[in-house]
Design a protein around this ligand. Structure first.
Ligand SMILES: [Mn+2]
Length: 435
């Protein structure tokens, strides 16, 4: 499953059509980064660079100009380096395999940039990339200094982020197919974790089951650091230490998703270590589940993005009042944000090449309307701090989140992460069957 070269070309053409006349886009993918002496982290391309080129190697630059022509700047072929570090496509591969109209090696970056930018009006790049900002400013200054030799420097800098974000926000069929495969790999990984959990295991031993299924299924790595949080660790929203013993009677919250072809999936499930929810665990879990269903109803074309969150917050707050964790009028508790002691995050985010994918959530101050082809997560939760003495002791230290990945379609929301138990009786039956 692979995105075709023509698709990348079509994206570059669409990008140039949406920019002013006489623009050049400059992108870079980033460098290998050191973990410790002589050891590097595995390279992962920059998402927008990858979206527009499909080129996987580090240290590369892209110049996009004209109607979408690509000049790809790559590391050179180097038999000695490749002996140690592995294959490089080089300039020939950049043209034949990635559809670049032109390719050059990294040493030629400045001269390629000068010739692309000379006479260009708009220089378009990602403003949040400090290194690129320095580079493009240097190129502009160098061109301006050559004015008497006839060079014409760009006069406008333009941020690429909002433009490429809008493109990436609406997924094409090839992207959706990859994302559903990534989602289904993650479903299998979560099922494997539910099957294999036993009290007494270390959290990271359960994490090993996730990574095993990811890799065995063709996803080389997770889309983000796996969260395997037992007991009150689940109340730490981005708990990645995963180094404590799973106790009998704990709930376990796993937030983990495979990355496939650079596309993320993102699933959270919360289940009992011993296979049976306690009464307070089940009561709180049901509130989160009700919030999930209430939010899901709002994931339709033309509905404001924030409607899902608002529906989830209302259901959660109502549930907290019913169970006696909050007291008072539901409207007031929502307005005064009293629910935030138990629910301090949003009910989702865009999903794509980045797990927290790009794309604005508001347009001119108003929550944007959902459109076909958008992919987002829905992830209500409740977290009762173990130190919260304002609630009955039986609730303390319980953390719950339920998260799925959803494609917005005209005929209604489509759950890409379908097939993973989330109703209480379904989880208990699934876990019992594996014991
Ligand atoms: Mn998420």
């Amino acid at each position: 499953m692979k995105i075709e070269t023509q698709t990348y070309q079509a994206r570059r053409e669409r990008l140039m059509q949406s920019l002013p006349e006489n623009s050049v886009v400059v992108l870079r993918t980033g460098e290998l980064s050191t973990r410790n002496n002589d050891c590097e982290y595995e390279f992962r391309p920059h998402s927008s660079f990858f979206y527009l080129t499909g080129f996987p190697e580090p240290s590369a630059y892209a110049l996009i100009h004209g109607q979408g022509e690509l000049t790809l700047i790559t590391l050179p072929k180097d038999p000695e380096k490749e002996q140690w570090e592995g294959f490089r496509f080089g300039t020939e591969g950049a043209v034949t395999r990635f559809g670049a109209q032109k390719a050059a090696v990294l040493d030629e970056l400045d001269s390629e940039a000068f010739s692309a930018l000379d006479g260009t009006t708009h220089l378009v790049y990602l403003f949040n990339d400090a290194m690129l900002r320095e580079k493009v400013a240097g190129w502009r200054d160098a061109l301006a200094a050559r004015a008497r030799m006839g060079a014409v420097a760009p006069t406008r800098f333009m941020d690429l982020a909002p433009i490429v974000s809008e493109m990436r926000l609406r997924k094409d069929p090839e992207e959706i197919a990859i994302m559903e495969t990534a989602a289904q790999i993650s479903v299998e990984a979560h099922k494997q974790a539910m099957r294999s959990v036993r009290p007494g295991m270390m959290e990271y031993q359960l994490e090993a089951e996730l990574n095993y299924v990811f890799m065995k299924s063709g996803a080389r790595q997770p889309a983000y650091n796996n969260i395997v949080a037992s007991g009150s660790n689940a109340c730490v929203l981005h708990y990645i230490q995963n180094n404590e013993v799973i106790a009998d009677g704990d709930l376990i919250l796993i937030d983990a998703g495979a990355e496939l072809g650079c596309y993320a999936s993102d699933i959270t499930r919360t289940f009992p270590a011993n296979g049976r929810f306690s009464e307070p665990q089940a009561a709180l879990y049901q509130v989160v589940l009700d919030a999930y269903h209430a939010g899901m109803k709002e994931l339709t074309v033309g509905t404001p993005y924030e409607a899902c969150h608002n529906a989830a917050v209302r259901t959660l707050t109502q549930g907290l009042v019913t169970l006696g964790l909050l007291h008072g009028d539901v409207d007031f508790l929502i307005e005064s944000k009293a629910y935030r002691d138990f629910y301090m995050h949003n009910t989702g985010h865009w999903l794509g090449l980045d797990v927290h994918d790009c794309g604005s959530y508001k347009i001119a101050g108003e929550s944007r309307l959902l459109e076909e082809g958008m992919v987002l997560t829905i992830e209500p939760g409740l977290y009762v701090s173990k130190d919260n003495t304002k609630v009955d002791a039986k609730w303390r230290g319980i953390g719950i989140r339920i998260e799925d990945d959803v494609l917005i379609r005209a005929e209604g929301p489509y759950v890409l992460t379908h097939g993973l138990p989330k109703e209480i009786q379904d989880i208990e039956a699934f876990m019992l069957a594996s014991r």
